[in-house]
Design a protein around this ligand. Sequence first.
Ligand SMILES: [Mn+2]
Length: 446
Amino acid sequence: MGLKIGILSDTHLGASSIDPELRMDSFEVFEEALKILVSAGADVILHAGDFYDRTDPQPWVHDKATTILRSTITGRKPNLEVLEGKVNFEAEDVGIAVPVFLIHGTHDRPIGRPAPAPPFQHLVSAGYANYLDVDPDNEFSSRHVVIKKDGIEVLLTGVGHRPQGYINESISKCGIPGKTGCVNISCIHNAIEGTVPASEYVDLGPFQNIDYVVMGHAHRAHLDGDGAMQAEKRGALKTKILVPGATNATSVSPQEEGKKYVHLMEITSENRPVFKSFELKKVRQVFHRRIACENLTAEQARDKILDTLKGLPLDGLEKEPRVKVYLTGKLAPGASRAELDLDGIIVGYKNKVHNWSEMIIPSELYTEDELERLEKLRGAVEAGVVLSAPLDHFCRKLQQLGFSAKYFSPGELYQIFSEVKTPAAARGRVMEKLNGVLELGSDQSR
Ligand SMILES: [Mn+2]
C-alpha cells in the first residue's frame, strides 16, 4: 500500500571514460541502483541531476544508458493515475513499468541551437525518461506532474542547475508550482546553504509549498543515525531537504570518499513518509590523502607514508579502490627523494589498488597551498564558474611552463595540473592537447 518513490542522483554516466576499467563503473552502479529500486517496489524514480557526466556524451554512453533503462524499468504498466502535467510513460509501445523523472544538472545542462536541450533529451523523446523543469520557456520539460496511487497524490516538479549569480533570480521568475492535499516534491541541482560550498545558495522562500526538496549536486549522501536518508529541517520552514548523494565517485578527492546509496521514500495513507537507504555494492571506493613532508628526513617521510597507507581500509572491497597520496613540501636539507623508495612502497599495493603505480604523487609542482587552489579550480570547473582566483593562478603556472593560457578552458587547466608529477609531465599534457587541436584542424581541411 502507499506510493513508493525511488530517489537517486549524480549518476555521472560516462565518467572516467578514458580508463578502460573505470569507464564501466558508472554504468554498473546505475544498473545496480535501478534494480534495487525496482525490486523494492518503487512506483516512480526521481533523479536529481547529473545523469550524464558531460553535455556531449559519446554514442556508446547513450547506448549503455538506454540499454540499462530498457532492461530495468520496463514491464507491466504502472498502476498510476496522472492528474496533471505532461508525461510519456503511458505510451503502449515503450512499456514503462517504473517511470523515471529527472532534472538536468551541472554536467548535463541544456545546450545547442535553436532550442537548448539536455543531452538526455533522446531518452525523453524515446519514452524512457520524463524531464522536469519549472522554466516555462523550456520547450522540452514539464513544469510539474501530479500522480496518484492508492489515494495518495504526489506533485513532482524540478529546477535543473542554474548558473551561479542567477540562481534565485531564475527561480523566482519561474515560480515553483505546488498543490494542496498533495505531497509536493521538487528536485534541484544547486547548493542549499549548509550542504556544499557555493558562491550563491538557493533561497528556499519560493519552495514554501514544497514538502521535500531533493538536492542533487552534493556527492555525499546525508543519512540519519539509523542509516536512512535524512529529512533535514531549515529554520521554521515546513520544507525538508533530502540529499541522496552520488551513486559513484567521479574523481579521487575528499568529498568523493565514502559509501554511496539509493533511497526509497514510502508514502503511506497518512502522508507520513518513511525513508530507506540501500548501499550500492558495485561502487569503487576512493581515498585521497595529503602528507606534509616539509623538513622531514627521508626516513620520517617514508614512515609517514607507510602509516597512512596502512590506515586505509583496502581489504574486502568489491573493486580495487582508487588511491591518491599527495606529498607536499620539501624534505629536510640533505634528504633526497630517492631515499623514500616510493617504488618499493607502491609495489606492495600491486593487487590492492587500481593504477597502483600512480598512487603516490611526489610533486615538484605542488605546495600545500597549491593543492587547496587545485581543489578550488576543480570546484569552479564543476560549477561552470570562470575567472576565479585559482584559474588565474594556474594560468600563470602554464605561462611559467612556456605556454599561453588563453586557449585553455578551466577544465583543461585542471586536467593539465591535476595529479601531475613533474613539470615535464605537465608540459607533455599541454603538447598532447595542442597536437590534438592541430590534427583536428588538418582533418577538417581535407
Ligand atoms: Mn555531480
